[in-house]
Design a protein around this ligand. Structure first.
Ligand code: ACO
Ligand code: LMR
Length: 267
């Protein structure tokens, strides 16, 4: 008889075999027509395989808008600009910028969510959590910024916090992270809850509180990397912008000036 060959691939998010592609079963024509969905709705369908309430997709869109770019000086944009000026193509320049996203820059979201949630779920108070990190010599992911501080607040963080407070059923992890910020900023004014940390804790509150997921499902989404995925997706928009900008401005090969290097080679 016939032997059925097992499939090499499994996929549970999209299907292009019919007349039009579907995302989590929803045809793209319906997504395009439905004003409730938009780009945040498309992300929900592809990442969470669910149609989530409008306040959730609006929040995703807010995160995308807020973190799409942060000027030419940050690690990602810098790398993309240098690669573009070396004559590299769009994808190579983009990869060069994306490769800087990691534990210090833009890639702290998943670990921030994990650390803060473990502390709150484990019954620690904010001072106990800060003390524990200090004892263990652990950097608190989602805390600290190179240029933003109490005296120069990050407008993105303000927008995200305000949205969460206005639209989420509850914000226990955001409240915990803000209590941590109260302590860390006593040490140094730049040890604020940064944009990675703020999005991370708000997203945990959202996934746990929106009613679409069990606690376990919500936590699994975070541990699979959805939050860093959000920053990567969003910052891709800005990095493409920087590549196009360098092309448009016909910028020549970049070489770093000698006088901006401290040479430790002189005897
Ligand atoms: N937790 C605890 N202590 C910290 C933290 C933190 N997150 N960040 C800095 N510190 C402490 C340092 O240990 C140092 O203490 P010391 O003076 O006693 O030695 C002091 O603050 C200054 O540290 P620097 O490394 O000089 O701080 P810098 O301003 O260079 O670092 C950075 C900024 C890289 C963002 C850092 O705060 C950090 O690693 N934070 C965690 C990772 C993170 O959230 N990154 C995302 C940033 S937002 C974004 O990229 C979109
Ligand atoms: C960013 O969004 O790129 C940052 O917050 C990092 C920075 O230094 O501005």
């Amino acid at each position: 008889g016939l032997v059925r060959k097992p499939a090499n691939f499994v996929c549970s998010i999209s299907d292009d075999r019919g007349a039009e592609p579907t995302y989590a079963g929803v045809p793209i024509s319906e997504i395009a027509k439905d004003e409730e969905l938009g780009i945040g709705g498309a992300i929900s369908l592809l990442w969470f395989r669910k149609r989530l309430p409008r306040y959730v997709s609006k929040f995703i869109e807010l995160c995308v808008v807020a973190t799409a770019d942060h000027g030419p000086c940050v690690s990602g944009a810098h790398n993309t600009i240098v690669a573009a000026r070396a004559g590299k193509d769009l994808v190579s320049s983009l990869i060069s910028g994306l490769a800087t996203i990691g534990p210090r820059f833009g890639g702290a979201l998943d670990d921030a969510a994990r650390m803060f949630a473990a502390a709150l779920d484990g019954g620690l108070t904010a001072p106990e959590f800060v003390e524990k990190c200090k004892q263990e010599k652990t950097v608190i992911m989602g805390i600290g910024h190179r240029v933003k501080s109490l005296d120069n607040p990050d407008a993105r963080v303000v927008l995200i916090k305000e949205y969460a407070k206005a639209h989420f059923p509850a914000t226990p992890l955001l409240d915990f992270a803000l209590a941590v910020e109260q302590i860390t900023t006593r040490k140094k004014a730049n040890l604020i809850l940064n944009v990675d940390g703020c999005i991370a804790v708000c997203f945990v509150d959202l996934l746990r509180g929106c009613g679409a997921f069990t606690r376990r499902e919500a936590d699994e989404l975070v541990s699979n990397g959805v939050l860093n995925g959000l920053f990567v997706s969003s910052r891709t928009i800005g990095l493409v912008g920087h590549f196009l900008d360098q092309r448009r401005l016909k910028q020549p090969l970049y070489r770093h000036p000698y006088n901006d290097v401290t040479y430790l080679t002189d005897s």
